[in-house]
Design a protein. Sequence first.
Length: 372
Amino acid sequence: MERALKEDKPFPLVLLDAQMPDMDGFAVAEQIRSRPDLAGATIMMLTSDRQAGDAARCRELGIAACLTKPITQSDLLDAILRVLCKRILTAPQQLRDNRDTLPPPDRVLRFLLVEDSAVNQALAVRLLRKRGHEVQVANDGRQGLEAWGKAGPGRFDVVLMDVQMPEMDGFEATAAIRAREKTTGRHQPIIAMTAHAMKGDKERCLEAGMDGYVSKPVRTKDLFDEIKKHVPSAEAPPTETSAKPPSPEATPPVRESAETLDRATLMERLEGDAGLLAELVGLFLQDYPRLLTAMREAVARGDAKLLERAAHTLKGAVSNFAAPAATAATLRLEQMGRQANLTQAEEALAALEAELDRLKGLLAQFCQEVTG
């Protein structure tokens, strides 16, 4: 460790073992913090014997996280990503996002977003609010129907309706809205949002009473083009020249294959908004363990419906990161659930977990580069 500290190159992220011989991790952290050329490093500590006072000492030294061994590779990647996301969110405003570059809309639209994925919610809400619009969120079809009913006819200009949700799906919620409209005489524009991307999905949505259709992961232009069709007074989305393109710092050169992480597509989808990237990654880290647990239980019990539902939700979240390999791994499990054929599900689940770990590693590298 002393030899490493003598080198001139900086250490953007330092992972220390608290119980090292000769010089423990806290002593090394003190040396790093005392050197101006290393003072900006993000430090994480690993310990197998946490002592009283360690937490206070970590805070004093500005250590970002203190983790107890043994720790799995997946959990370590989670911790690194959380630390890097926090670093992005505390970076200067101009690095985090470009919301101030968009002009206010000629007309503020009121949206009801009915979506069960936290990652998809965050992306849609940021894209809409960045343009000055109002958004109310419901977590499933039943909540969406209740919110729509309480608001009263005409309160929402557009309902953005996810198709596959627990409790009540988008088709059922749309049918209930259309039934209630028979007493009000007013038509509610409903735009379907679905990650199915299967032949015939658009036609099925329109036959169910929805007015329009956009596929997930949501692309800004596609979404606003569809909104414009059903709300004629809505303005067109900003052109490429009216919104600030991603900065060079926010979009490092693509080094990985597009089959693992397509950085250019990812940042284009997020409009160069590094803060949104950090927010989506943070929400993904909160949400994916629950979905993986549900998928493991589904495979163990032979519950095809649960597997399909959990894999579908996870696929919708993962696809936002422009990671085709991880998305394909979740799609494979979703299809197994839909076809009620789980003979190879355990193997597919292991492959998915490996792809998720690879994706987390690439996202960690990307988040590190975004903050320099």
